[in-house]
Ligand binder design. Structure first.
Ligand code: SF4
Length: 469
């Protein structure tokens, strides 16, 4: 998915920029980038691959070269960023998060208008460069930003670093969040509010869909108001987000806790303990334990001293080894227990099946998987949800294709959690993964746990609903 961070300060900004961007590391595993701007209009930039090392270790040596009081940073799951551009508007730098679905169309339009692309490092046009070029077609920065909002199909939140300050623009339908933070003599803007407190910032304003703010050292002025339609990604609360973060002022841990609590309080299964597939299942497992009135225990623990995060090694076999090595089963606890394991979602199911096999091997009597969201039936087309690229990678879709036909496309009976077809699908997944039982949360429980009206949350992966292209 990716995350962005910006800061403008009366002091040198690099320390806040470095740590603030680093606090978005859970949102992407591919590239990281920083750029600062000094009073003379000079940019300093660094971009590194994060495929084999963490953000801070990659950027530490670059720190002395960054000067100036304003800067923007990015953790990206796609192309190298930030992009720096010199245009009739002046020099500026851009970072983005999202997914541009009509990139080919925009590329052609820009080429036809005589623009050139220079960033072709992965063999295709860099989406952030498309955004930078679209901005440069405006009469002013505000005008260029409006053009980006109107032309992009899919989603795009972005920051523009200029001599006027930092323009912060939230995606037209707010699929990804942006929040401003304030402290004495400085303003920040971020995807994840967990990046703010340790740097002394207080979250100040949750930008609305399509809202644009211009941050300077002492204010965050609204340049464009928020739009009416909000479609924030529900997966932020389910999986992507850090537990201490908030979107729309709704805390991630709170939502995960209630996803577990509601499920646990309704679950009649005989169980001994609630546990989690760490880390994304942890908050839910605590809520589940509380709702079910059974103890929460660490039946599997992530070995954080040397596996602090998920790297993305290029080979699947290495990825499998990493997935296996970083989780240590608690053999003493597992023995003869009936355990509810809480997890965020099931994409392909392969990792969960491997985990279940290992847990039975360590003596668990029964393995009951509890999933915080409904079955994933539709791939994401809005925020680069990298876990599913094609429908058939989703275990639910594989089942439907086998049961119906490969080109079957009327999915509503599988979406409806009260239908026989839905129950059979869940039963199939349970048997495929060799589990004692499997339960998913319903869409109603998901929406209730988030607390926003259903029409203000994107739930496309579960029910196919969407608008805005
Ligand atoms: S389709 Fe799913 S992952 Fe994509 S924006 Fe919607 S809820 Fe988020």
């Amino acid at each position: 998915m990716g995350g962005i961070f910006g800061v403008i300060s009366k002091q040198k900004c690099i320390s806040d920029l470095y740590y603030g961007t680093d606090y978005h590391s859970h949102l992407g595993t591919r590239m990281g980038g920083l750029v600062t701007l000094n009073q003379e209009g000079g940019f300093a930039r660094a971009i590194h691959s994060l495929g084999n090392a963490q953000f801070r270790s990659k950027f530490e040596e670059d720190l002395p070269k960054f000067e100036g009081n304003s800067g923007i940073g990015v953790i990206s799951d796609t192309d190298p960023q930030p992009i720096i551009m010199n245009s009739h508007l002046g020099k500026f730098a851009v970072v983005t998060v999202g997914k541009i679905n009509n990139i080919a169309e925009l590329e052609k339009e820009l080429l036809d208008a005589g623009k050139s692309f220079t960033e072709l490092s992965s063999g295709h046009t860099n989406p952030t460069e498309v955004v930078a070029l679209l901005i440069s077609t405006g009469k002013t920065f505000s005008d260029g930003i409006e053009i980006v909002k109107q032309k992009i199909k899919g989603s795009c939140s972005f920051l523009v670093l200029t001599l006027d300050g930092i323009y912060a623009c939230r995606d037209r339908y707010g699929r990804t969040p942006l929040v401003t933070g304030k402290k004495d003599g400085a303003w920040a803007v971020c995807t994840e509010t967990c990046s703010l407190p340790n740097l002394g910032f207080e979250a100040e304003h949750f930008l609305g869909p399509g809202e644009v703010r211009l941050l300077s050292e002492d204010k965050a002025e609204q340049i464009a108001p928020e739009g009416e339609k909000l479609q924030i990604c529900s997966f932020l609360w389910i999986y992507y987000g850090y537990p201490t973060s908030c979107y729309e002022n709704i805390n991630v841990d709170d939502v995960r806790y209630y996803l577990g609590y509601y499920m646990g309080s309704r679950d009649k299964t005989q169980l001994d303990v609630s546990s989690a597939i760490p880390d994304s299942g942890t908050c839910m497992a605590i809520g589940y334990a509380s709702g079910k009135q059974i103890p929460y225990r660490c039946a599997v623990v992530k070995y954080t001293p040397s596996w602090p995060r998920s790297f993305t090694p290029p080979k699947q076999s290495i990825r499998d080894t990493v997935a296996k090595m970083k989780l240590i089963p608690n053999k003493v606890l597992l023995r003869e227990k009936r355990i509810a394991f809480c997890d965020d979602s099931i994409v392909r199911g392969t990792q969960l099946r491997d985990n279940a096999r290992v847990l039975y091997g360590y003596g668990a009597r029964e393995i009951h998987i509890r999933i915080s969201c409904p079955p994933l039936i539709f791939p994401c087309t809005f925020v680069n949800f990298s876990a599913s690229r094609t429908p058939t990678e989703l275990i639910a879709r594989r089942y439907i294709a086998e049961k119906e036909s490969p080109d079957f496309n009327d999915f509503q009976k599988y979406v409806d959690d009260k239908s026989e077809e839905h129950k059979e699908m869940v039963n199939y997944i349970k048997n495929e993964l060799k589990l004692t039982s499997l339960k998913y949360n319903t869409l109603d429980t998901l929406v209730k746990s988030i607390g926003l009206p259903k029409e203000r949350v994107c739930t496309h992966c579960f029910d196919g609903s969407s608008f805005g292209g």
